[in-house]
Write a protein that binds this ligand. Structure first.
Ligand code: UN1
Length: 508
């Protein structure tokens, strides 16, 4: 072990210590956690068994039964306290995100800010769980909707946003009156332990939360399966690959449970003749290379109009050739490591397939000399493709941007939509007509459509998620809270008659 790698594990332990995580939770167990920054081991975590999951579900069910009776604004107070605790621990948790997910310092802190933002949003929402009052056709009647807590919510998260996605779900679920059980990615269990400890501080200050209201289960796929299969888990909110969603979705549906699926993306940008190219360049660079291409919103395809290709593509290539790549903990580099060897191999396979189909690759090679052989740093790849074929149609969770040119606007919209995923999209134009068509019913078919900004980096205030193979779920802002509650339609007769709807007569 080099001094540098020893310090990553030691720093993680120091952060966990400051946050109040007992060493027994990350030493002596069978799940080995590693930092992609150096590839070194950072912990050995005891894992939950399916029996533990069953017990957790029962505890959560009991907690739900008590929590659903607590007034929503009071539930909001717990989430307000969580936001305060996150503010106080932002530097430590952000650093741990960088250690465990390999993000730059700024992106690690940004992830915690996203948690704080959703807490603020949820606190306000706790006084706004509005139902409609609806005109009834019967005299002396009133009709309304009431939103009630739903039940136990199982939250399954991915490595790339190891804590923010939990917060999107937990902050809403808690103000909605639900109990939460979290199964984090096996690649990022330490940030989950840290987050749970921060939550415990808020719970202690709140004082009256039922035991088992928000639990964490560190474990393998069998824990996710236990949540997915349990009829006591009313909602599964799962983030990950489309492959995972194809398993989870039908299983939850088969027991008539509810699911929010946030799956793969194959997000594209379109650069039109009138685009502000300086702005487009920066937006594309962050969208495609930020977080080392490991966001579900990462820009993976780019369509450039013929007339601006010569002005833009060489500048993009230059940015790809020169972007700083380095240890996110000890440098200001913009691009950190891939999560593991598997991600590196998948990237190389995609690049080879693209080359075999006529792709011209800039970058993409492994960058050595940063932190030893067990870490996988790569130069992001820009691939000029003759057509949208092969790996261009798939999500490879790595920094590869496939660049294609186009001539006809209608045809490029068709090409844009001709992939399985439907998460995020953007157009770079100053032409009002192009912009409006892109945002219209005939335009982008994605859940997120942007103008003159990239595909990634969405704010929490909007509903987050996408269509088609992205799974159709919506999380975080707007009215996504409705997914965490059940709706009751209430009709009240305050008259002395019993008129039937639709004019039906039934006189006995
Ligand atoms: C994800 O990659 O799963 O819009 C979430 C973004 C972030 C969230 C990404 N706010 O890029």
């Amino acid at each position: 072990m080099t001094a540098q790698t020893a310090s990553v594990a030691a720093e993680a332990a120091a952060i966990l210590g400051r946050l109040g995580v007992a060493p027994a939770l990350y030493t002596g167990g069978s799940l080995i956690s590693r930092s992609p920054v150096t590839g070194e081991e950072t912990g050995r975590l005891p894992v939950a068994t399916p029996n533990d999951a069953e017990a957790a579900i029962l505890r959560a069910e009991a907690a739900f039964k008590a929590w659903r009776l607590v007034p929503a604004p009071r539930r909001g107070e717990l989430v307000r306290l969580l936001g305060e605790e996150l503010r106080a621990t932002k530097a430590d948790l952000g650093r741990l995100v960088s250690i465990e997910a390999g993000k730059s310092v700024s992106e690690g802190l940004g992830e915690v800010q996203e948690m704080i933002d959703i807490c603020d949003f949820a606190v306000g929402l706790s006084r706004q769980l509005y139902g409609l009052t609806i005109a009834t056709e019967r005299p002396g009647h009133r009709m309304m909707e009431t939103w009630h807590p739903l039940g136990v919510v199982g939250v399954i998260t991915a490595f790339n946003f190891p804590v923010a996605v939990w917060a999107w779900n937990a902050a809403l679920a808690l103000i909605c009156g639900d109990a939460v059980i979290w199964k984090p990615s096996e690649k990022t269990p330490l940030t989950a332990l840290a987050t749970q400890a921060i939550l415990a501080r808020a719970v202690a200050r709140f004082g009256a939360a039922p035991e088992g209201l928000a639990q964490l289960l560190v474990g393998a796929g069998d824990i996710g399966a236990a949540l997915v299969d349990s009829p006591k888990v009313a909602l599964i909110s799962a983030t990950g690959s489309t492959r995972m969603g194809r398993i989870v979705g039908p299983k939850v549906a088969a027991r008539f449970g509810r699911s929010i699926l946030e799956l793969g993306g194959n997000n594209a940008g379109i650069v039109c003749p009138s685009a502000d190219l300086d702005m487009a360049l920066r937006a594309i660079a962050f969208g495609a290379m930020g977080t080392a291409g490991q966001r579900c919103t990462t820009m993976r395809r780019l369509f450039v109009h013929d007339s601006v290709a010569e002005a833009l593509v060489p500048r993009l290539k230059k940015a790809w050739e020169t972007v700083s790549i380095g240890n996110p903990l000890s440098s200001q580099a913009l691009v950190g490591p891939l999560v593991d060897k598997h991600a590196f191999d998948a990237m190389q396979a995609a690049l080879q397939a693209a080359q075999a189909l006529g792709g011209k690759v800039t970058g993409g090679e492994r960058v050595s000399g940063i932190a030893g052989d067990a870490a996988y740093y790569v130069r992001p790849a820009l691939v000029e493709m003759p057509a949208q074929v092969g790996p261009v149609l798939e999500e490879t969770f790595a920094p590869i941007l496939y660049v294609m040119t186009y001539r006809d606007f209608d045809a490029v919209i068709e090409a844009h939509n001709a992939v399985g995923a439907g998460l995020s999209s953007s157009i770079f134009t100053t032409d009002l007509r192009e912009m409006e068509v892109f945002l219209s019913a005939a335009g982008s078919d994605c859940g997120i459509s942007n103008v003159n900004i990239g595909t990634s980096g969405a704010e929490i205030g909007g509903a987050f998620g996408g269509e088609k193979e992205t799974g159709g779920g919506r999380e975080s802002g707007s009215d996504a809270w409705k997914g965490y509650m059940r709706r009751a339609t209430n009709t009240i007769n305050y008259s002395r008659e019993l008129p039937l709807a639709q004019g039906v007569v039934f006189d006995i």
